[in-house]
Ligand binder design. Structure first.
Ligand SMILES: [Fe+2]
Length: 293
């Protein structure tokens, strides 16, 4: 498409200024700032790609389809934000690196409040299928002080890549919470993480397919760690060697979150008093919490 001449550019710019000015009177100063910036970036995008009217219609149809498939269990707009990297960018902006504090990553759509409590050394699987995996570590602050009583929420998919909320039968499995002991240590059994696709039967899935992108997420285990006076950490750990690390569909992988999962053959004595049949794995994840803002 031909570049606009000076007169056309001036006409387009005049509209940008008029729309931006229309938000200047908002009572909420932050709303004015956000909407004026959104206006300028949106118009810059429209002008840069010289959006056609057909493409505008396609965009409206896409957003309409995203709205129609969204309900209280399916959130297509979060998926869209995720695959555009907007979720990770927002997390990056709001979790500025602090000393050696553990890095944050996407929360995802599968967290559930009120997951059962387990004691240290207990099992979060609750019937979720998969190879047993022993996870242990400590929670400290950035000065290296152990944090007793930190609340750790963990949740993960089963070996087929499904979270309990996707079974459709109200069962609770593959999730729990526990607290660090007096030494700031924690330990639990889960299942070895496996890769799974984000829901891809809607417009976001169609966008990924049209773009030659995979819906697969690298295998991971979700953590949320909270303790008084310290910044809440929402993160995952990933499995070193997983071939999907470089192409995670929501851009959630950070090198510092990739952990060694040691594979142990059947017959290897397991920690705690659990009798494990068959092979199992183990990993260590030491959490460092930044000070609260
Ligand atoms: Fe997940």
């Amino acid at each position: 498409m031909a570049e606009p001449d000076a007169e056309q550019s001036a006409r387009e710019q005049e509209l940008v200024e008029r729309v931006a000015a229309s938000f200047a009177g908002a009572d909420d100063e932050r709303l004015a700032t956000v909407m004026q910036s959104l206006t300028r970036h949106l118009h810059a995008f429209l002008r840069e790609v010289r959006l056609t009217e057909d493409e505008w219609n396609q965009g409206i149809a896409f957003l309409t389809a995203a709205g129609h498939i969204t309900d209280d269990k399916r959130q297509e707009f979060i998926l869209l934000s995720d695959v555009l990297g907007a979720s990770m960018q927002t997390i990056a902006i709001n979790n500025v690196a602090h000393a050696d504090a553990t890095e944050a990553t996407v929360f995802g759509p599968f967290f559930v409040d009120d997951a059962p409590r387990i004691e240290n050394g207990g099992d979060i699987a609750g019937g979720a299928t998969g190879q047993p995996c022993w996870v242990e570590g400590t929670v400290t602050d950035t000065a290296g002080n152990r944090v007793p009583g930190a609340r750790i929420e963990v949740w993960e998919a089963d070996e087929d890549g499904f979270y309990d909320v996707q079974y459709g039968d109200d069962r609770t499995s593959g999730r729990a919470h526990l607290f660090t002991d007096d030494d700031g240590g924690y330990r639990f059994w889960g299942v070895t993480p496996t890769p799974y696709p984000i829901p891809h039967d809607g417009p976001v899935g169609a966008l990924l397919a049209a773009s030659g992108r995979s819906p697969m997420r690298a295998a991971h285990l979700h953590f949320m760690v909270t303790a008084p006076g310290l910044r809440t950490l929402v993160t995952h750990i990933f499995v070193r060697g997983d071939e999907l690390l470089a192409s995670d569909s929501v851009f959630g992988v950070k090198d510092s979150l990739v952990m060694d999962f040691e594979e142990l053959p059947a017959g290897t004595p397991a920690p705690g008093d659990r009798a494990v049949e068959g092979p199992w794995s183990r990993t260590r994840f030491d959490v460092v919490l930044a000070p609260a803002d």
